[in-house]
Design a protein around this ligand. Structure first.
Ligand SMILES: *Cc1c(COP(=O)(O)O)cnc(C)c1O
Length: 341
């Protein structure tokens, strides 16, 4: 199977698995797991924050951040296609009792004007309190789009000025780092909290790390315990995440190059109505009206050993990662050329 569905499909390599063997472990819930603590220190340093906490998933990182930053009834401002809206099972409402204020357009990169317009004046008996601006880097459902740094900082600054907290869903922050050459800490200097995912393009099987101030991380720990995210000998997982940071960051450039080639070639197909610019490792394209729909195309692809994502009636997502190579790309393009010419 050539699996282009997501970069979550990566499997731990033999070398990554071997990294577990000598990793010291202990009871993580008691902060006694040396490998997990080493990973947390490494991530805090990487992201330029005081502290970090290892978590079983990126979803939990977002949900804990929302829980710690907000009170029930507060409002979270984010792009309409944000993961916290689209893919967390209504978690912000269910787990933290917050409202979401979604913003449209601009490939998920909110302008300072949009943020200004979305923030409520406050001191209202009627309106919810605007409390958190949450940004995604890169923007998954907009084709792995990278926020321009100046726009990001300008939008975050507006939120700060108005007393909001700021959070970055950095599931693929390291893709933005590799694509731009801008350090991770520079990308997240303007946010209070940020996390990265190890189970996406970095190729580890489990986990994320959420970073912020010492006080924030302490509060995050209480939420982690409450939501059942505290672990025991998690060093076996953290060892693979450390391996990922050592070996799988720079190589993200290969995924970006492959995605750029696929985006270029897909754009040439007569049956394709449009392709979003492929800034990083995600290619999103729309099938022309006279073609079969996305579900039919992906079913056909699957029968030929190619897995694609359906993200709308006519919208397909292709994600490159360390378990797809040029041969997989050739198989994909041969299939698409046959079906969409
Ligand atoms: C995958 C993803 C998440 C959730 O991460 P999990 O580790 O799968 O829970 C959150 N945000 C974005 C943008 C993602 O792509």
């Amino acid at each position: 199977m050539h699996d282009f569905y997501s970069d979550t499909k990566t499997k731990p390599s033999r070398a990554m698995r071997e990294a577990i063997l000598d990793a010291p472990v202990g009871d993580e819930q008691k902060s006694e797991d040396p490998t997990t603590k080493a990973l947390e220190a490494r991530v805090a340093d990487l992201l330029g924050k005081e502290a970090a906490v290892y978590l079983p998933s990126g979803t939990l990182a977002n949900e804990i951040a929302i829980r710690v930053h907000c009170r029930p009834g507060d409002e979270v401002i984010c792009a309409r296609k944000a993961h916290i809206i689209e893919a967390e099972g209504g978690g912000p409402a269910a787990l933290s009792g917050v409202m979401i204020h979604p913003i449209d357009g601009g490939r998920g990169h909110l302008t300072p004007e949009q943020v200004t317009a979305a923030i409520r004046p406050g001191n209202s008996r009627y309106q919810p309190r605007s409390r958190l601006l949450s940004v995604e880097q890169t923007v998954n459902l907009e084709g792995g789009a990278i926020w321009p740094l100046d726009r990001l900082n300008a939008s975050l600054a507006i939120a700060k000025e108005q007393g909001l907290a700021t959070h970055m869903d950095g599931a693929r922050l390291m893709n933005a780092v590799v694509a731009t050459g801008i350090d991770a800490a520079d990308w997240c200097a303007g946010v209070d909290t940020v996390w990265i995912d190890f189970s996406k393009g970095l190729g580890a099987p489990v986990g994320s790390a959420l970073a912020g101030s010492k006080d924030f991380i302490e509060a995050a720990w209480a939420a982690k315990q409450q939501m059942g995210g505290a672990m025991r000998q998690s060093g076996v997982l953290a060892a693979m995440c450390l391996y990922a940071l050592d070996h799988n960051v720079d190589r993200l450039a290969e995924d970006h190059a492959l995605a750029a080639e696929i985006a270029r070639d897909v754009a040439q197909l007569p049956g394709v109505a449009g392709v979003l610019p492929a800034d990083t490792n995600i290619v999103i394209f729309d099938l022309a009206e006279d073609q079969m729909d996305a579900a039919d195309l992906t079913a056909r692809a699957k029968s030929e050993g190619i897995n694609l994502g359906v993200f709308g009636a006519r919208r397909i997502r292709v994600v490159t990662h360390l378990d797809v190579d040029a041969a997989a790309r050739n198989a994909l393009m041969a299939f698409l050329r046959r079906e969409l010419s």
